[in-house]
Design a protein around this ligand. Structure first.
Ligand code: ADP
Length: 595
């Protein structure tokens, strides 16, 4: 038993509990895993949006170059256009807040301060920078492409002068960050430079400056045939946002993911373009609000729009929690069920092993008991038969006493063998009662007459109390006699004073019953054992300890035979001490009707 317990513990219970523990741990991490999956998928979306914005800004720069080239074609000479560039550009390009033209020697041709407040402000903010008298922090993105011929979006890589290289090395590494540290992790840093250094040898480019914490975005173009003249424009942010907003609605950015990472629902998230202060300037869902500081993921746009970010917010942030909880609950339930099933299985196994062991022990006891039961009467029979055969006993009284002992012991042997054979037949399911109408009172009378003299001789007086004249039943006379014999035999073995047999009639739930009580003054049966003693091979401890021999089958047989008659054998306490075993069988219809 102990070995089986160890095997069960080592081979089944411990591995199962370890697996359950691992499953519970992985269930606990589900939310983090789901969030990471979602973040990885979403990061691709914000990266793509950031790229679209950069491409759009490149397009804007190309548009400026084309516009300037057209103006140059129309004007008499580049210097003539330079003087009127602010006005001319304003009239033909709505993205321009201010148009400017400067010579690389530091001369500023346009705008003239008198051209309005915007021009005046522009001059006061940029004069020193544009005329190369001051180095300012600036984010620059240049290209040597000839925009008049090639308007492709991607600027090709070019060899930059040293001043530019430093800048290039720092730039355009779009930040990948998960909320909330986005602003703390910016990879976009400005370089200190004046306008001439920004331009270097390039043909066109864009630059951004922060002035009083406000972003100023400029594009510039140095026409190849205009000497040292550089034309540029400060871009209206409102107009720029107008151009960028449709990018957030691009179908390819809304394909394929929802909050749980599955391929569905376009609207599971909202894309936002956040300005340098982290405020949304464009949204893919109008009216959407969120804690703007905490997007699920965000990607920096880069040098062209420093500190601006493409950000993604879940429309229903709780969905991940819910999915994780559902997963956790399901896993928890499965693990609990498995552990419960294993524990139940283990308990059943243990109970079964224990039952088998008890049964094996009972069978061993049974063999020992039966051998003893067989040997004891055989020894007596042989001894008394030998004495009589040898003629050693001459007195007639002793001769008849010995013969009675031989007869009683033979009867005991017969009863034992009958019990064993009947039990075997019952176990195989081939026991069949030979049914006929008989009188229970007569059967009891017969058994008492047979056993009475023997019981008298062993000092256990037997009295019979008949409380009904006849009790007609349909049944097997011999089986009924054997039941009463077994009960009497037990009363003799376990109760050593006197035995009372009472025959009576009783009204049961479904008709009249013929009852036979066998009452003794023995030790009685503890209430908890009153059912157990009817199980095969079951014997009480004190019976074993007191050395009273028995097979443990007598009561089993008695009950099963009674049940075959539609009745039962039960056990109760006898008032005043001892046990009362009652055989109850239904009376035949005729008799019941009479009563
Ligand atoms: P056994 O051959 O051991 O008598 P039984 O099936 O007839 O087998 O009885 C089962 C057990 O019930 C007995 O071993 C004994 O412990 C207990 N028992 C039966 N009858 C009595 C009784 N009249 N008084 C006390 N104990 C009894």
């Amino acid at each position: 038993m102990r070995r089986s317990a160890w095997i069960f513990l080592a081979a089944i219970l411990l591995p199962s509990l370890a697996l359950a523990w691992l499953a519970v741990r992985s269930a606990r991490d589900q939310q983090v895993i789901l969030e990471h999956q979602q973040a990885i998928i979403s990061q691709d979306v914000t990266d793509a949006l950031a790229k679209k914005v950069r491409d759009q800004l490149d397009d804007t720069r190309s548009a400026f170059v084309q516009r300037t080239q057209k103006l140059l074609e129309k004007s008499s000479s580049p210097p003539a256009l330079a003087r009127n560039f602010n006005r001319e550009l304003h009239n033909s390009w709505n993205l321009a807040e201010v148009g400017f033209a400067v010579g690389l020697n530091g001369t500023i041709y346009s705008p003239a301060s008198r051209q309005g407040t915007v021009a005046k402000t522009f001059r006061s903010e940029n004069d020193r920078f544009l005329s190369n008298r001051e180095n300012v922090p600036v984010f620059a993105q240049n290209s040597q492409q000839t925009f008049s011929l090639d308007l492709s979006r991607q600027p090709t890589a070019v060899v930059k002068p040293q001043a530019q290289m430093t800048q290039v090395e720092r730039q355009v590494v779009p930040k990948k960050s998960f909320a909330p540290q986005q602003s703390a992790l910016s990879n976009t840093l400005p370089a200190e430079s004046d306008f001439r250094k920004v331009i270097g040898t390039d043909i066109s480019g864009s630059l951004a400056r922060f002035l009083e914490n406000k972003l100023r975005l400029m594009v510039w173009y140095r026409p190849p045939n205009a000497g040292s003249l550089v034309f540029g424009a400060q871009i209206t942010q409102q107009e720029l946002i107008q151009i960028l907003t449709p990018l957030l609605l691009s179908p390819d950015l809304h394909r394929g993911t929802d909050a749980a990472g599955s391929n569905s629902a376009k609207s599971a998230y909202c894309l936002a373009l956040l300005d340098d202060r982290g405020k949304p300037v464009a949204l893919s869902r109008s009216g959407f609000t969120a804690d703007w500081k905490h997007p699920l993921v965000a990607t920096e746009i880069g040098e062209t729009l420093p500190h601006w970010e493409a950000a993604l917010y879940l429309v229903d942030p709780q969905q991940i929690n819910r999915s994780a909880s559902t997963l956790q609950l399901t896993l928890g339930f499965v693990v609990l069920t498995l552990v419960a099933a294993i524990l139940l299985g283990g308990w059943l196994m243990a109970a079964n092993v224990r039952r088998q062991m008890t049964l094996a022990q009972q069978k061993t006891d049974f063999v020992g008991n039966v051998s003893h039961e067989l040997k004891t009467p055989l020894t007596s029979i042989r001894m008394f038969a030998d004495m009589l055969a040898d003629g050693r006993v001459t007195e007639p009284d002793r001769q008849s006493k010995y013969l009675r002992i031989i007869s009683a012991e033979s009867a005991r042997l017969t009863r034992l063998i009958n019990n064993v054979l009947d039990f075997a037949r019952l176990e195989r399911g081939v026991f069949s009662a030979e049914r006929g109408v008989c009188d229970l009172v007569a059967v009891v009378q017969e058994v008492v007459d047979t056993c009475g003299p023997h019981l008298e001789t062993v000092g256990v007086p037997l009295s019979l109390e008949i409380k009904a004249q006849t009790l007609g039943i349909v049944g097997d006379r011999d089986a009924l006699a054997q039941i009463i014999l077994n009960l009497l035999s037990n009363a003799e073995k376990y109760g050593d004073h006197e035995i009372l047999v009472r025959v009576r009639q009783e009204k049961g739930a479904s008709g009249f019953l013929g009852c036979v009580d066998v009452l003794d003054r023995g030790p009685g049966i503890p209430p908890k054992q009153r059912e157990a003693i009817f199980k095969p091979f079951r014997r009480l401890h004190d019976s074993l300890a007191s050395g009273v021999s028995g097979s443990g089958l007598g009561l089993t047989l008695a009950r099963r035979m009674a049940q075959a008659h539609g009745g039962n054998v039960t056990c109760s306490a006898r008032p005043g001490g001892g046990s009362c075993f009652t055989l109850a069988v239904p009376l035949s219809q005729a008799k019941s009707d009479e009563d």
